[in-house]
Write a protein that binds this ligand. Structure first.
Ligand SMILES: Cc1cc2nc3c(=O)[nH]c(=O)nc-3n(C[C@H](O)[C@H](O)[C@H](O)COP(=O)(O)OP(=O)(O)OC[C@H]3O[C@@H](n4cnc5c(N)ncnc54)[C@H](O)[C@@H]3O)c2cc1C
Ligand code: SF4
Length: 585
């Protein structure tokens, strides 16, 4: 049980939204437009885009978090060492069926993780909602694709999604913005894929192909995943600002650390620490008639579990013991090779404009997990591909024109296929509270248990076979440790075993857990005994509590996760407005 501090300030609203990120910001905007009095409470600081770009430029290691300040009072996992925050036993195991290092990444600042999301805006496939019925795998959701279509459309308009009928998507439909075209690299990979009976198509993206919603057109600065310098890529701060314009109040640098349940089983109030003056926190409570928790897939269950109390002995919303369980991400394998003809990566938005069409959905899902394979527009590494080539060339003694030629000739021939593979829900994959605690606030850190199953592993193998076949079709070659050109490994089961055991050169073939998707930790369902929220994202246990985000996912499919979470959030907002007489007082 986390001790409460004596509150000295109060936030009062009809609706308090915890987390002004991608989903919380959008819902707050929508609820404010409905005329409701909304307060957004976010643990992180505000992001100054220009300062973030400067920070990114100066950073020696340009990873996803490089542009952002991680506030000590709102810690989150680092990209190079996520276990500086996560506590996970055996995270370096090379047996993925026992434990896989969980690298789920997020940032805690106003606007949330979408500051460094890639901007792929995908709907889930209809069969993702009925995987048990369709393929005998996973579970069915209590809602269908058709239930979400009107909300998908609203999200696509709100975000400004670019696409057309050629997109890799569950069905052909109109998009508000023209498609982002394939790059030359995508087209070369498409030729090879087509020769093998597959193909590559554009991804729908919330990146302005033309000026939209007072934001400029993408101009190809190519640092999208980390930060878009001009705001052509959508991020959650857009709707946080719109929510404020519509009347919502924003409380940044306010860390909610406890949800208090009243004797009537409803949420009574929230406890927060206000770190706007970092060295002198002020404690307060937030009171509302409806509470929305939108703190993302790890911090949401962590907060619910931290809030154990007399009225919620197992944690808030956790009578089912499902809070924190069924943690899903994606399995992944990266494949890279140099090809003889230049393909000119590092043009257009990174990380990717295109994906493979095959193995997204179909009868194969009875046997192995579905796959999203994207073609990385950034060479072997989105920010350091040419720099690494230069380092290697300098080590080899090259200087002047020969150095320049080496860097140019190798970089323009790099092809990188990134495979993401579906995971199924497993109650033993979970986030719980660790004994290890945070430096500031002295709260338990997230304790992770996470592994793949045979179904995902077979999907990873099949994805590797496909990407190596495509690379070989393009004439791909790799360098061995001595610097000799050799063929990529043959995609046999024996070689795959060596890959899993870490015996292949990770420069070209590497197994990983995906970092973009964090889902399942507050699953949706009709049955209060086996799920945390109902089909409207409302807690089964507490009438006035809504829990939103990818944490609601019953199964996760393999599409980019956020559009479905945003659609569920707008659907929950409609339900809140229709159910609670918030205007009436
Ligand atoms: C590198 C990367 C690339 C990605 N690319 C894509 C992509 O292309 N397409 C896609 O669909 N998705 C992508 N994602 C995933 C996407 O970013 C997330 O799914 C999405 O941001 C989740 O939205 P959210 O609102 O649930 O959480 P967030 O956007 O993370 O917002 C949560 C908010 O809660 C706040 N918060 C946390 N704890 C507390 C607390 N205790 N008190 C108060 N506030 C709190 C945080 O400060 C934050 O602002 C990517 C993720 C990563 C890491
Ligand atoms: S390429 Fe990416 S970072 Fe650059 S303007 Fe376009 S969206 Fe923004």
């Amino acid at each position: 049980m986390v001790p409460e501090k004596t509150p000295t300030e109060v936030i009062d609203a009809d609706i308090v939204v915890v987390g002004a990120g991608l989903v919380g910001g959008l819902m707050s905007w929508d609820l404010s437009l409905k005329g409701l009095n909304v307060a957004m409470i976010d643990s992180g600081p505000l992001v100054d885009r220009a300062a973030a770009v400067r920070r990114f430029k100066k950073a020696p290691v340009k990873d996803n978090n490089a542009p952002y300040v991680t506030a000590p009072y709102a810690p989150s996992p680092g990209e190079t060492d996520p276990w500086d925050y996560y506590v996970q036993k055996d995270h370096d195991s090379r047996d993925p069926l026992k434990q896989v290092g969980f690298t789920g990444l997020y940032v805690r600042n106003v606007g949330g993780t979408s500051w460094h999301f890639t901007g792929h805006a995908e709907r889930m496939y209809p069969n993702d909602f009925r995987e048990k019925s369709a393929y005998g795998r996973g579970e069915d959701w209590p809602i269908s694709y058709d239930d979400l279509v009107p909300y998908y459309e609203r999200v696509e308009r709100a975000w400004g999604v670019a696409g057309d009928e050629t997109c890799v998507a569950p069905e052909k439909h109109a998009y508000p913005l023209p498609v982002i075209p394939l790059t030359y690299l995508d087209e070369q990979v498409n030729r090879a894929a087509a020769a093998l009976g597959d193909g590559v198509g554009p991804l729908p993206q919330c990146r302005n192909s033309v000026p939209y919603d007072f934001r400029p057109q993408c101009c190809g600065n190519a640092s999208c995943v980390f930060i878009c310098p001009i705001g052509a890529k959508y991020d959650g701060s857009v709707h946080v600002m719109k929510a404020e314009t519509a009347g919502a109040r924003l409380y940044h640098s306010h860390v909610v650390y406890k949800i208090e349940v009243g004797d009537d089983g409803k949420i009574k109030r929230l406890h927060y620490a206000n770190y706007q003056d970092e060295n002198n926190p002020v404690y307060g409570v937030a009171k509302a008639r409806v509470y929305v928790i939108a703190a993302h897939g790890i911090e949401t269950p962590r907060l619910l579990l931290l809030s154990k109390g007399e009225q919620a002995p197992n944690g808030v919303a956790n009578s089912s013991d499902q809070v924190g369980r069924n943690l899903m991400s994606m399995g992944g394998v990266d494949s890279r090779a140099y090809v003889p003809e230049p393909v000119y990566p590092l043009r257009g938005p990174v990380n990717a404009t295109a994906a493979f069409r095959g193995l997204r959905d179909g009868a194969f899902r009875r046997d192995f997990a579905c796959i999203e394979a994207i073609i990385i527009n950034g060479g072997f590494d989105e920010t350091s591909a040419p720099i690494t080539e230069a380092e290697n060339a300098i080590k080899a003694g090259l200087l002047g024109k020969s150095l320049r030629d080496r860097v140019h000739n190798r970089t323009i021939r790099q092809v990188y296929i990134d495979n993401a593979v579906e995971m199924l829900p497993n109650p033993d994959n979970r986030i719980n509270l660790a004994e290890e605690r945070t430096k500031v606030m002295d709260l338990p850190r997230p304790k992770i248990s996470f592994k793949f199953d045979e179904y995902t592993m077979e999907g990873i193998y099949q994805s590797w076979v496909r990407s190596l076949n495509v690379l070989m079709q393009m004439g791909g070659r790799i360098l061995n440790k001595k610097g000799d050109w050799i063929d990529p490994p043959k995609p046999t089961r024996e070689e795959f075993k060596r890959l899993v055991e870490g015996k292949l050169d990770p420069t070209y073939n590497d197994l990983a857990a995906g970092y973009a998707l964090i889902s399942g930790t507050c699953r949706m369902g009709d049955d209060a005994k086996t799920s945390v929220v109902d089909p409207w994202c409302r807690s089964h246990d507490h009438d006035n509590l809504f829990i939103v985000g990818t944490c609601n996912y019953v199964t996760s499919g393999v599409v980019s996760p956020s559009e479905t979470a945003a659609a569920l959030g707008l659907r929950a907002a409609d339900h809140i407005a229709a159910t609670f007489n918030l205007h009436g007082g």
